[in-house]
Design a protein around this ligand. Sequence first.
Ligand code: PBG
Length: 326
Amino acid sequence: MKTRTRRLRGSETLRRMVRETKISCNALVYPLFVREGKGIEDELPSLPGQIRYSPDTLAKGIDTALNAGVHSFLLFGIPKTKDENGNGAYDENGVIQQSLRNIKKTFADNAYLITDVCLCEYTSHGHCGLVHGNRIDNDATLPLLSQTALSHARCGSDMVAPSAMMDGTVAAIRGALEAEGFEDIPIMSYAAKYASAFYGPFREAAGSAPKFGDRKTYQMDYHNSKEALKRIDIDIEEGADIIIVKPALPCLDIISQASRQIKLPIAAYSVSGEYAMIKAAANSGFIDEYKIMCESAVAVFRAGADILITYFAKELAAAIKKGDIG
Ligand code: PBG
């Protein structure tokens, strides 16, 4: 018998049956931006097709996504005023806190709400932690991140997602949540978050670009992978429930290594720049948006991700329902 390259004989039905990578709508998380104010429904110029809501209009965005088959959301808040200490992040009446109350009232448990825990959207200097002199004060930031997570839990957040990359964040938040009886609130930690230019359109949307310096003292150097694995281990020890790797396509190697080494689910965050690149190239007629979206998403799951956080969540859900992927 001749040896041949393995090509599967048979029909499309069989090819689908033996697909190694299976995707479901349940694994998609849709990021949404909420701005303090009323009646807001603006398309974000840096993220074509993405709408920025206010706490009173957010239900529309959630409703559309639920109808498309997406049930999980990652909420980012943009306050009216920013200050040195990022007070809006942990204000009981802050933009996320208001949004959580509204959405939980309307949708109860039909919408799974994950809340970003970071200061950069709320600080006047745009850094993720408190600034003392020209440095980020890691330890002084921890109580504020804990307070933020607690205020989210009190308003109905289903899971908190700390993204500030301060050392000790997961332990601090876990302790604070347990002290108030929120031991069932999971922590999805941005353990492996690279200092990346792919976050550009997000910072434009949230007005959160640092006013001086950069995030390289607390986000990772993309030359390194061992550091990512070490940070993941530390966050697991501190009590994380899910680990985030971001950006997604530039980090398929990290996702792949981590998925073989750790025993927790991995969420890959396909960030704003990844989305914007596809949109822009498709808009110029260089690529097929739908096919590139499908292929990119499947690649992330094939690498080993269990969850995909993506601005294409609704369109991917439609592609899964249609049977084009999944
Ligand atoms: C906040 C945060 C950022 C993103 C998620 N959480 C921005 C940053 O670190 O500058 C980026 C997400 C995206 O680009 O879609 N720290």
